[in-house]
Design a protein around this ligand. Sequence first.
Ligand code: BGP
Length: 480
Amino acid sequence: MNKTTYQFPEGFLWGGATAANQLEGAYLEGGKGMNLADVMPGGKVRLKVISTPGFNFEIDKEKYTYPNHEGIDFYHRYKEDIALFAEMGFKAYRMSIAWSRIFPNGNELVPNEEGLAFYDKVFDECLKHNMEPVVTISHYEMPLYLIKEYGGWRNREVVTFFERYATTLFNRYKNKVKYWLTFNEINGAVFHPISSLGFSPDTEDVRLQESFQGLHHQFVASSLAVKACHEIISEGKIGCMLICAPVYSIDSKPENILYAFQEEQIFNYLCGDVQVRGEYPAFSKRFFKENGITIQMENGDLETIKQYPVDFISFSYYMSRTEKKEKTAEEKAAGNIFSGVKNPFLEASDWGWEIDPIGLRIALNQLYDRYRVPLFVVENGLGAYDNVEEDGSINDDYRIDYLRKHIEAMGEAVEDGVDLMGYTSWGCIDLVSASTGEMSKRYGFIYVDKQDDGSGTLERKKKKSFYWYKNVIASNGQNL
Ligand code: BGP
C-alpha cells in the first residue's frame, strides 16, 4: 500500500534539467562553432532524420525551420530563468555545456575564452542562489566539424578531443561544479547513432557494428574523464547517464519473458556494466558474435575501463517498455527512442509515451540491486500541449498528476532501500523538443511564449505546476 508522506534524504537534490542545444539559442554568437543540433530541422522531418541513414548535415533554410538556432534565448536570459528556478527553491540545476562553444571545431588545442566565460556567468548565477550545477558534458550536440571531417565517434581520435574538452572544463570550473555527467543517455546510441555518436550509418546492416564501436570509444573517453575529474576536482563526483526503461514481457509465455529479459540486458545493463562494474558483461560476447559485431580495441582500453568506473548512475525515466518476441507493425507502441508493443494497462501521453510511475520504482530497485552505487533521476516529465487561459493562467493539472505519481514512486523506492541522490525533472522551463524540434511539446513549470512556427515574445509565465513544485521542494517531498 502506498504511504501518504515520504522521507527523502536530507540534502536531496531537487531541481530541474535542460540541455544547451534545446534552450540556449545564440547559435552563432560568442565564437561558438556549428554543432549537430544546429543542422537538425524541426517538425516531423526531424523524427525521420533521427532514424534514417544518409542524413547530410547541411542546413536548408528554404525548406525547414531550425528551432535550436534561437531556442528560448537562454543565452541572453539566463539570469531571469535561473532566478525563476531559485524562486521554486531548486537545490540543483542540471544543464549541459555546448562542446562547440568551448572548442568550436572540436579539435583545437586552445579553447574559446568567450564560451568558457559564458558558463562561468551561468554557474556564478546558480551558486548565488545556492543551487548546485549538475553538468552534462555531452548532450546531443557534437561539433559539426568532428562529424564531417572525422566521422563522429566512429573515429578513435575523437577520444583525445573529448578528453581535452572534459579536462578543460574540470580545470576551469573546479571551484564551481562538483557534479558531472559524461554522455547523455549513452545506451540510446544504438537506436539513434546520429544524435549520440554523430554519424548516420549508410545502411541498416552496419548500424549495430558501427554503434558499438562508437560506444566503445565513448566508454574509453568516459573513463578518461572520470580519471581527470578525480585528479582535478577534490570533491568531484562524476556519473554516467542512461535512458532507463524496465522491459516487461507482454505475457507469461517463456519465449516472450526471455526476449524481454535479453532486451533489458543489452539495452539497460550493457552500458551500465561497462561504466560502473568496469567490464563488458558476460552476455555481450554471444550478442556481439550473433550480430557480427567486432570491436576494435587498443591495448590498455579494458584496463582503463576497469580502473575508472563512475561514482554514481544518473538516468532519465519517461516510460517502461513492453515486449513480445514476434510483433506486427500494428502492435508497436510509440516511444522515446525505443518502442515495444502497447501495454494494455497503461495510458499514454499525446505523443504515445506510456505513463508508468510503478516502472520508475522498479527501475530504481533494479539499478540499485545490480550496482550498489547512488542513483540520480536527472530526467522525468510529461510532454503536453499547454493552454494559456484568457487571464494568462496555465492550469497544467495533468503535469502535476504525472510528476506527483513519479515522485511517490521514488519515495517508495527510497523506502525499499535505494540510495537516491536527487531528482531533476526534465525541461523545467519550456524548451525545444529533442525528438520533434518543436515547442508545442512542453514540459516546463515555466511557460515560454514561443510557437512551432517561431513566433512569440519569449515571455516567461509561471504555470500552476510552478507553485506546486515549489511546495514539494520546500517540504522535501512531503507535500505532494
Ligand atoms: C530525452 C533527452 C532530452 C529530452 C527528453 C524529452 O531523451 O535526453 O534531451 O528532450 O528526452 O524528449 P522530447 O524532447 O523528444 O520530448
